[in-house]
Design a protein around this ligand. Structure first.
Ligand SMILES: [Zn+2]
Length: 397
C-alpha cells in the first residue's frame, strides 16, 4: 500500500509539475499526515524537494510546492530516426538535461553494429556530463519499426533495413561493457512512445482514450485505452499504417499491398502531385503548390485527405476515442484539406455519438517521441520509488 501511494505521489508530480501538499491530499484522496510521510520518504530517496511558492504565497503564510529533483536520477532516451540518432539525458518531470544528435548518412551508418556503437558513444558522452552523483536508472529506445516488448527484438524496421535484430539485449551488454552501466533497456515502437508522451504531458494529458497518428513515409500509431497504451500480446499492437484499405493499391514496404500508409503517406502525396520522392523537402514543395492553387497538388492533397478520413473513421469506430492526435504529414493535411478529411470521416462513422471526438495536433513537437522513450525508461523508478536508496535518513520519520 505504501509503495502504491509513493508511486501515486511521484507520478502526479512527475506529470503535473510542482504541486502543494494540500493539492496532493485533495487529488489523491489521502489524508494530510499520510501525504506528509510519503513526501518525506520521496525526499529522503532524492526524488523530490520542497520549495517555497513565491508566486502564490499569501501574506504571512508561506506555502511550499513539492517538485521533482533533476539532479539525482536520470535516464537515457534514444530515438532512432532514418537519418539521425538522438540521445538525451532526461530527469523525472520530463526535463531534458542534454541532447546529442548523430547524423546517419550512409547505409553503413544505419547498419545494426554501427548504430549500437553510435548509441553507446553518445550515451557515454552525456552520462559523463551529468551533475556529480546523478544515478542513471534506465534506458528507453524509440524504434521506427515493429519491436518485441519483452526483450527489444526488432522484428522489422524497413527504413533502417533491419530484420530480427536483438537490439535490447545487445544494447544492454554494450552499455555494461563500455560504461559499466547495467540498467534495464526498454525498446518500443516510436509512434507508441509519441502517444505515451502526448498522453503523459502533451495535448492528451488527462484524456483516457486517445488515438495518436504520425505520418511521414510510413504511418505509425499509438492507441491509449483507459489511460494505458495498447500494446497487444507481444507489443506489436498499433500498426495502423498496415490496415489494408485498398487490395488493388500499391505494394507496401511490409510486403503486403494497399496498406493505409501507401494511400496516405508522403510517397502517396508526392506521387499524386506528379513529383519524384525526395523526402520532406518535396512534401513541402507540394504543400506550397497547394497554397499557390496548383490543380494537381490540390487534387493530391484532397485524395490523401479522403483516405485519411476513411482510416480515421475506422479507428474511431474501433476504439471510440475522446481524441485523435494527428502528427507529421497528417497535421499538414488537416491544415490544407481539413474539411475533406472531416466530410469523409463523417460518412464512415457508425453512430453520430462517435463524432464526439476532438481532432488535434500534438503539442510536444519534435520532443514527443524522445519524452516517450524517457517515460518507459523512468517507469521502473516511478512505479516503485522504494527501490532507490535512502540518502537522508534523518528526514525519514
Ligand atoms: Zn504494409
Amino acid at each position: 500500500m505504501r509503495r502504491h501511494n509513493l508511486a501515486a505521489v511521484i507520478g502526479h508530480v512527475h506529470r503535473s509539475g510542482p504541486t502543494s501538499r494540500a493539492e496532493l491530499t485533495q487529488t489523491l484522496g489521502l489524508n494530510r499526515s499520510t501525504i506528509g510521510a510519503l513526501v518525506d520518504e520521496l525526499s529522503a530517496r532524492g526524488l523530490v524537494a520542497e520549495r517555497s511558492d513565491r508566486a502564490r504565497r499569501t501574506p504571512g503564510r508561506p506555502s511550499y510546492l513539492v517538485t521533482v529533483r533533476t539532479d539525482t536520477v536520470a535516464v537515457l532516451a534514444v530515438v532512432l530516426g532514418v537519418d539521425t540518432v538522438t540521445v538525451a539525458t532526461v530527469a523525472p518531470g520530463g526535463e531534458i538535461l542534454a541532447e546529442d544528435h548523430v547524423a546517419l548518412t550512409t547505409d553503413e551508418d544505419r547498419s545494426f553494429d554501427r548504430v549500437l556503437t553510435t548509441i553507446a558513444r553518445s550515451c557515454k558522452k552525456l552520462a559523463v556530463a551529468l551533475p556529480h552523483g546523478t544515478m542513471v536508472t534506465g534506458m528507453g529506445v524509440a524504434v521506427p519499426g515493429i519491436v518485441r516488448r519483452q526483450d527489444g527484438l526488432v522484428h522489422f524496421a524497413p527504413n533502417l533495413g533491419w530484420r530480427d535484430v536483438p537490439l535490447g539485449a545487445r544494447l544492454r551488454t554494450r552499455m555494461r561493457s563500455r560504461m559499466g552501466l547495467d540498467v534495464p533497456v526498454a525498446c518500443r515502437n516510436d509512434a507508441g512512445l509519441g502517444a505515451l508522451a502526448e498522453h503523459a504531458r502533451g495535448i492528451g494529458a488527462g484524456v483516457a482514450n486517445l488515438v495518436y497518428l504520425h505520418a511521414e513515409v510510413g504511418v505509425g500509431g499509438g492507441i491509449v485505452v483507459d489511460g494505458a497504451l495498447l500494446e497487444g500480446a507481444a507489443g506489436y499492437g498499433g500498426e495502423v499504417g498496415h490496415m489494408r484499405v485498398n487490395p488493388d493499391g500499391a505494394p507496401c514496404r511490409c510486403g503486403s499491398r494497399g496498406c493505409w500508409e501507401t494511400e496516405v503517406g508522403e510517397d502517396a502525396l508526392v506521387a499524386l502531385a506528379g513529383r519524384r520522392p525526395g523526402g520532406r523537402a518535396v512534401v513541402e514543395e507540394v504543400l506550397r503548390a497547394v497554397v499557390a492553387g496548383e490543380p494537381s497538388a490540390t487534387r493530391a492533397v484532397n485524395t490523401v485527405a479522403r483516405w485519411l478520413g476513411i482510416g480515421v473513421a475506422n479507428l474511431i469506430n474501433c476504439f471510440n476515442p475522446d481524441m485523435v492526435v494527428l502528427g507529421g504529414l497528417f497535421a499538414d493535411v488537416m491544415e490544407h484539406a481539413g474539411p475533406s478529411v472531416i466530410a469523409q470521416m463523417r460518412t464512415g462513422l457508425v453512430t453520430p455519438a462517435h463524432l464526439d471526438v476532438a481532432l488535434v495536433t500534438p503539442t510536444l513537437g519534435r520532443h514527443s517521441v524522445l519524452l516517450g522513450a524517457a517515460e518507459v525508461a523512468l517507469e521502473p523508478v516511478l512505479s516503485d520509488p522504494a527501490c532507490l536508496p535512502v540518502q537522508d535518513i534523518a528526514s525519514l520519520r
